[in-house]
Design a protein around this ligand. Structure first.
Ligand SMILES: NC(=O)c1ccc[n+]([C@@H]2O[C@H](COP(=O)([O-])OP(=O)(O)OC[C@H]3O[C@@H](n4cnc5c(N)ncnc54)[C@H](OP(=O)(O)O)[C@@H]3O)[C@@H](O)[C@H]2O)c1
Length: 277
């Protein structure tokens, strides 16, 4: 990323040779982002646990210097090692950090508490570990951009996703504050709020998914989201909502949760918002 100036807004232009590290990049949104970055000439480090998928992805990317980085974001040491492995050979200062995540859909009392612990470790602490390890060198260099992939569930949490929503809301609050803290450093941050994106995120829990969750062919494209994320980074947008209705849901829920419930019941059926009081 190279900072440029348009009016008072510092823009982060994506130029060939930009270095970008993405956690949770073995498939889904992260892999789509890696493909889009590489297509535009960036050198990417793709981090996740599935080394076979990472190797295959790297082999398919255009350009040179891409790295497959075995990494469990729930482990601070693993995240630190992955970042070091990427930064040393890639050199330079311009890193983009994105995020891995896992869901578990089940009513809170039915779900094993270990699922809550794992989501907290991966979605929330994984975000903290990744940004903590990646941010300081960017601030020292005075340039860079962080992307935090949260969820529409951070704006309006759903039944069967109480803990997932909580981890995504934690990311939201973290990113919101951090963007302000970074003011004047040359480093900035964009938070992404995806709605339903066509990935394999929920494949392990299709039988538990609530009736209102559309997923499948109704979901939006990860490739389109990836292109929009890069546009949001280049524009230094505070947030990206995709599909755009996610933003409306957040606004409505912030203003009047009962009206948000009503709309959700209309659009997705009563399982999306069972209580009427
Ligand atoms: N798809 C949606 O509808 C949707 C909606 C809202 C928000 N999101 C958010 O978008 C992000 C990515 O989701 P996706 O749809 O792309 O899902 P996905 O296709 O299932 O990909 C998830 C990625 O996270 C990685 N991952 C999971 N646990 C990890 C760990 N402990 N350490 C390192 N990497 C790990 C997975 O790789 P390995 O298994 O190989 O480690 C995989 O690369 C998540 O944060 C999710 O909450 C998605």
């Amino acid at each position: 990323m190279v900072p440029g100036a348009v009016g008072k807004v510092a823009l982060m232009r994506l130029l060939p040779g930009t270095r970008a590290l993405i956690t949770g990049a073995s498939r889904g949104i992260g892999a789509a982002l890696a493909r889009e970055l590489a297509r535009r000439g960036a050198v990417v480090g793709v981090a996740a646990r599935s080394t076979g998928e990472l190797d295959a992805l790297v082999a398919s990317l255009p350009g040179d210097g891409h790295l497959a980085l075995e990494c469990d974001v729930a482990s601070r040491a693993s995240v630190g090692a992955a970042l070091e492995r990427f930064v040393a050979p890639a050199g330079g200062r311009d890193r983009l950090v994105a995020h891995a995540g896992i869901p578990h859909y089940e009513p809170f009392l039915d779900a094993p508490v270990e699922a809550a612990e794992r989501m907290t470790q991966v979605n929330w602490l994984g975000t903290v570990y990744t940004v903590h390890a990646g941010l300081e060198p960017m601030v020292a260099a005075g340039a860079g951009h962080v992307v935090v992939v949260s969820s529409g569930a951070a704006l309006r949490a759903f039944p069967s996703a109480a803990v997932y929503g909580a981890t995504k809301a934690a990311q939201r609050a973290f990113a919101e504050a951090l963007r302000h803290e970074l003011h004047g450093t040359g480093v900035s941050l964009t938070t992404v709020y995806p709605g339903e994106i066509a990935t394999s995120l929920h494949d392990h829990e299709k039988d538990r998914m609530p009736a209102w969750y559309r997923g499948g062919p109704g979901a939006a494209s990860a490739d389109v989201l990836a292109a929009k994320i890069l546009a949001a980074v280049e524009a230094d947008d505070r947030a990206l909502f995709f599909p755009p209705w996610v933003r409306l849901l957040g606004i409505l829920n912030g203003a009047t949760p009962r009206a948000a419930d009503l709309v959700l019941r209309r659009l997705r059926g009563s399982a999306a918002a069972p209580r009427r009081d």
